[in-house]
Ligand binder design. Structure first.
Ligand SMILES: [Zn+2]
Length: 144
């Protein structure tokens, strides 16, 4: 499995991660998944509505998810919510133990952006492995 997305979508995620630092940012990924490629066609930035420490956790606004789902249903072209993104302020672009405990939808693609006071750093793509005991890293393919 690889993840394909346009550079402009990566920029939206990186800008979001930089602007919310030192808090985690988050948002939804829309697109399609076929046999070996998850193609992200849109990103939808969310407020981080976590009740916990926003420097160490995130929660996507369920209202955004509802609105995006409804818009995609109306679009009726097979595009779905295929995952989400969040940032790791001052931590690597790798899933944390907390992230693993939050895998409610095992098919979801996870994009994680490392951020520092200097801005966005790395972007990593992951998906839970078959028994949800960890994450597999996915290759990111960029396109214009
Ligand atoms: Zn995380």
């Amino acid at each position: 499995m690889q993840v394909a997305l346009a550079n402009r979508l990566i920029e939206i995620i990186c800008d979001h991660a930089a602007s919310t630092y030192p808090h985690e940012c988050c948002g939804l990924l829309a697109g399609r998944v076929d046999a070996d490629t998850a193609t992200i066609t849109a990103v939808h930035p969310s407020d981080n509505i976590t009740q916990g420490d926003p420097t160490r956790g995130f929660e996507v606004d369920p209202k955004l998810r509802f609105d995006v789902m409804r818009a995609l249903e109306a679009q009726a072209d097979g595009t779905e919510i295929i995952g989400h993104y969040h940032s790791h302020p001052d931590h690597p672009a790798e899933p944390s133990k907390t992230d693993l405990a939050m895998v409610y939808e095992p098919a979801f693609i996870w994009l994680i952006c490392a951020s520092t006071s200097a801005g966005a750093q790395d972007l990593g793509a992951f998906r839970a492995n078959a028994d949800v005991s960890g994450f597999d890293q996915l290759q990111i393919i960029t396109a214009e």
